[in-house]
Design a protein around this ligand. Structure first.
Ligand SMILES: [Zn+2]
Length: 404
């Protein structure tokens, strides 16, 4: 009897084993198949996309490469940041893709640094030194940006800065580009300037070019151009915080302005106001790129209101810098003027030798819309006098400096 039961158990056991093995085998095969199928699917999809891309290059706006406004970002917990994404076209021009519905983005550390409505958001779960790589994808083109979480407000010692280089290398040594030709039709606006003015001369294109680019008091605007090859020879990096972390020529200012800015930022900090550098020195070539980009994006008229033509930007003097604060996400927005940081700047910048160069309501005189973020170094005496008289620098120049 026992023998018989034993035999049955054995047989049933064996059958079960065979069954289990068979299922296992089938399952394995199925998994493998699935993986292969998925792999194929991905590849096929990619092929299709590539083909699609080849065949409808125009639908794709011909974008060849993505350019991001930042490569590295240092953000605090709770910060939100919107990166500007541009597409480089075959002809070298750029188009804005920031709000393009085809632009996708994702983070490799979603639980700490995520994307919400296209903005990078540092979640409360993040800690100092957490990092994420954000990938932007447009069709089959991608670009990445690294985000690092900065320690919260606790006053920590600034890391020692490297010795400032004499001048930004790539930008300062480059050959000056030829001046854009079709844009010289504005010289007829210059008649309001006294012909005794020794600070300008007329070049062969009929354009006014300043003769004193190195002068701390130089007046540069839409009538008065800097020489296209002018590069200040005393550019240094002010020891202040910037809205970006990478090395960049826009960190630089002329020495005197840089130290004045350090004092301004330090005094602000003492009063509980954090002011951050966004963009200082800008070469002729860089300004040319920016202006052409804006012409592409907005058309010539609008571009001329929001950006300077090459040679007409105060940033090329190394005496002007755009600044911002956390309240406007370190962007250059008019709202800055209503925040405590913007108000502090407007009331105190002159004490450190700076003026708010493009005032509200003075657009017709300066040629620029209101820019509460753009400060220009003139030295304490002159800046204070301009401030106290309540004039734009154009008005002050004409009334007080021209006939001296
Ligand atoms: Zn500016």
């Amino acid at each position: 009897m026992y023998k018989k039961v034993g035999k049955i158990v054995l047989i049933v056991g064996a059958l079960c084993l065979v069954f289990i093995l068979a299922i296992g085998f089938i399952k394995d095969r199925k998994d493998t198949n699935e993986v292969t199928a998925q792999g194929n699917a991905v590849e096929t999809e990619k092929d299709n996309k590539e083909q699609e891309n080849d065949s409808k290059e125009e639908d794709n706006n011909g974008v060849k490469e993505l350019r991001l406004s930042e490569e590295n970002l240092l953000l605090k917990i709770g910060d939100k940041y919107s990166v500007e994404v541009e597409g480089l076209l075959a002809d070298g021009s750029l188009i804005d893709l920031t709000d393009d519905s085809k632009l996708l983005s994702h983070s490799n550390n979603e639980e700490k640094i995520s994307i919400e409505d296209g903005e990078i958001v540092v979640l409360d779960s993040a800690e100092a030194d957490d990092e994420a790589t954000i990938t932007y994808v447009y069709e089959n083109i991608s670009a990445t940006i690294n985000v690092k979480v900065e320690a919260a407000e606790e006053p920590k010692k600034e890391e020692p800065k490297e010795e400032p280089k004499e001048e930004p290398k790539e930008e300062s040594k480059e050959e000056p580009k030829e001046e854009p030709k079709e844009e010289n039709n504005e010289s007829d606006q210059n008649n309001n300037y006294n012909s005794n003015d020794k600070t300008v001369m007329i070049d062969e294109d009929g354009k006014q070019v300043v003769t004193n680019p190195k002068d701390i008091h130089v007046l540069v605007n839409k009538q008065r151009n800097l020489p296209s090859d002018y590069v200040p020879d005393d550019l240094i990096k002010p020891d202040i915080k910037f809205s970006f972390t990478h090395e960049d020529p826009k960190r630089y200012l002329r020495e005197e302005a840089a130290h004045a800015l350090e004092r301004l930022v330090a005094q602000a900090k003492e009063e509980g106001i954090e002011i951050v550098g966004v963009s200082g020195y800008r070469s002729y070539k860089r300004q040319e790129t920016i202006f052409n980009y804006n012409v592409n994006k907005r058309g010539y008229e609008a571009a001329n209101k929001v950006s300077a033509k090459p040679g007409q930007s105060e940033h090329q003097t190394g005496l002007a810098i755009d600044v911002s604060c956390a309240g406007v996400n370190y962007k250059l927005q008019e709202k800055l003027g209503e925040l405590k940081e913007g108000k502090w700047l407007a009331e105190n910048a002159h004490k450190f030798g700076f003026i708010i160069r493009y005032q509200l309501g003075k657009e017709d005189i300066t040629g620029y819309q209101y820019e509460p973020w753009h400060i220009r170094y003139l030295g304490e005496d002159l800046a204070t006098d301009v401030y106290e008289k309540g004039l734009t620098y154009e008005e002050y120049f004409e009334q007080y400096m021209l006939n001296e």
